[in-house]
Design a protein around this ligand. Sequence first.
Ligand code: ING
Length: 310
Amino acid sequence: MPRILNVAVAQMGPIDKDDSRERIVARIVELFKEAKALGANVVVLPELCLTTFFPRFTLDKAALDMYFEREMPNASVAPIFEYARDNRIGFSLGFAEIPEHAPDKRFNTQIFVDDNGAIAFRYRKVHLPGYREHQPDAPFQHFELAYFDPGDLGFPVRRSMDANVGMCICNDRRWPETFRVLGLQNVEIVLCGYNTAGVNFHGSEPAHLRMFHHLLTVQAGAYQNATFVAAAAKAGIENGVPLIAGSCIVAPSGEVVVLSQTQDDEIIFARCNLEHAQFGKRSVFNFAKYRRPDAYRMIVDRVGAEDPEH
Ligand code: ING
């Protein structure tokens, strides 16, 4: 019996640091309307989709609190929640979180809201890239390590809308552990928002590798864990830094089912039969039958790579 999830990925073009919240939310609602017209019942939004990618501006953390949400939902995002609930659309939304119960914490967070308008669960970014101090020779700064606390919720998978749903954020997709922990919870679709620069701030590399690595990671994660992956870019030039597009929906086979064509606000859509995820889990990636955790201890016990004994 097929279990179809009609998935839309809402790619967003750049958000300028002077864009009003009303304008940003109106763009998102317009994308939801387009998704609805296609029959979507789930919409995936990018990482930090309510603000510009601010973790480049300054190391004065107090100056950046204006970019954080202290409540979710809140008055400014209400139009998104209302439209989604009224049209029975579930969605994931990435934002900068100051938890109500822990005002000293700062998280790069993504929530999943079900088609009744309730926040079903949240995820806080585990892998924080970049630096804690200014990089004088870098083409631009990336201070996520300085601003955000490491995610403290693990990689949850929750049953919602008759699907095993998991989430990750941007850099997380580059680490196979992310998808494997989700895969060990029988995830059937991973919702991934990202803001990925078109230039590697670590050092010079051919430009085409940014898109290649993006697709490589989500396709590998999907295939090796027999899950759909729906990845939503914030794209275009933000604060002078080019962000790649490449929003896509990947099947459990690892094949890209649909790919965005622009660097602007754009909806891509696919009907995802979640039973296709079960095929891989029963066969090639039957974890219970084929995995050997006794041979993998090092993955958990060791943090950094160490040279072999001489
Ligand atoms: N962005 C980048 C990403 O992982 C990065 C960080 C830049 C990683 C360059 C590797 C090389 O896509 C975020 N927001 O994580």
